[in-house]
Write a protein that binds this ligand. Structure first.
Ligand SMILES: O=C(CN1CCCCC1)Nc1ccc2c(c1)OCO2
Length: 329
């Protein structure tokens, strides 16, 4: 079996939403497929109305296939400080033609203001490793893990695009979606993430710099968060760029020319992030000053290859073989 879902960018490619069907009759929810977490949670009828602002809600009492997982609860806090919590139902979940009949669907009873404000996002579908699922007393499996036994191939791929719809595919590799070869790297899943090490980088005009960047492939994070030394080297090449504490990062004139950022995948493959992707968004309505798509990874403990980097590549996530494949496109 295989499945495919469209990944539609929200404004400024801040996140990508994919239609997923949940329950019987199928309710279509637009979820943020997040390779940086492992909970599948949805806005639900159990939320206080004040925390719902346009989202579609899952009502388990209206799904004939929903079964409450008695005694199970969950609570998650993300790196950006947002959070949600609730209880758990087992129900059917489908992405395209791929259906998992007994998927843990975590129904939200509370969500933080960031989620209430994100009116088009009906929840998250985690695609990291089961070890960081937050359901207690018994952690639950991800959609990808549950699908393993029926997938044609034990992989899923992310093909995110700049201001255009892309795809998440499950169970196959679409050879028309990338150019050249796919270079595979070993994954360190010990922290539950799709963690890999890039041996070096180059900045447009500059030469190749050997410096290990240990990071995670995280579709749920918007920006490319890198070691301070790399970020300093990058913005040294952007006239007028500066760190602005009140904005929480590097800013520059929206008219600035931004160099490409190239990161190594293994010793002889390269992914080029076009400078255009690193002019992330204006900091105010005047559109004079813009916020950088590359920022520091300070305090996280590793780098985060978020959407700014991922949309420059075709990425293969292979759990059983603990590897990540990267190709240009
Ligand atoms: O929190 C996230 C991604 N998260 C995915 C689920 C929705 C809410 C945003 N990324 C993130 C991860 C680490 C961070 C960070 C942001 O800011 C500083 O450190």
């Amino acid at each position: 079996v295989t499945g495919s879902g469209v990944a539609s960018p929200q404004q400024y490619d801040v996140e990508y939403l994919t239609p997923i069907s949940v329950g019987t009759p199928p309710l279509v929810l637009n979820l943020n497929l997040d390779t940086g977490s492992s909970d599948l949670w949805v806005f639900s009828s159990e939320l206080p109305p004040s925390e719902i602002n346009g989202q579609t809600v899952y009502d388990p009492t209206k799904s004939t296939s929903a079964k409450k997982l008695e005694g199970a609860t969950w609570e998650i806090e993300y790196g950006d400080g947002s959070s949600s919590e609730g209880d758990v139902y087992i129900d059917s979940v489908a992405i395209g033609d791929l259906t998992v009949t007994a998927q843990a669907v975590q129904a939200a009873k509370n969500v933080s203001a960031e989620f209430t404000a994100d009116t088009h996002d009906d929840g998250l579908l985690g695609l990291a490793f089961n070890t960081i699922n937050t359901v207690q007393p018994t952690r639950q499996k991800t959609f990808y893990d549950n699908a393993q036994s029926i997938l044609d191939a034990p992989v899923f791929t992310a093909d995110l695009k700049d201001d255009a719809p892309g795809h998440y595919n499950f169970g196959y590799i679409d050879s028309s979606a990338y150019t050249g070869n796919i270079s595979y790297l070993p994954v360190d899943s010990s922290q539950g993430f799709w963690m890999f090490t890039s041996p070096g980088y180059a900045i447009s005009k500059g030469g190749y710099k050997i410096t290990e960047m240990k990071g995670i492939a995280d579709t749920g994070t918007t920006l490319l968060l890198l070691p301070t030394s790399v970020v300093l080297a990058y913005y040294k090449q952007v006239d007028g760029a500066r760190y602005e504490g009140t904005q929480g990062g590097y800013i520059f004139a929206c008219s600035a020319t931004l160099p490409d950022f190239v990161f190594a995948v293994g010793n002889n493959a390269r992914i080029t992030v076009p400078g255009k992707y690193i002019n992330y968004a204006p900091t105010d309505s005047s559109g004079t000053t813009c916020f950088g798509g590359i920022q520091k990874d300070i305090g996280i403990g590793f780098s985060i290859f978020g959407d700014v980097a991922l949309k420059a590549a075709f990425v293969v996530f292979d759990g059983p073989n603990q590897q990540l494949g990267w190709a240009a496109k």
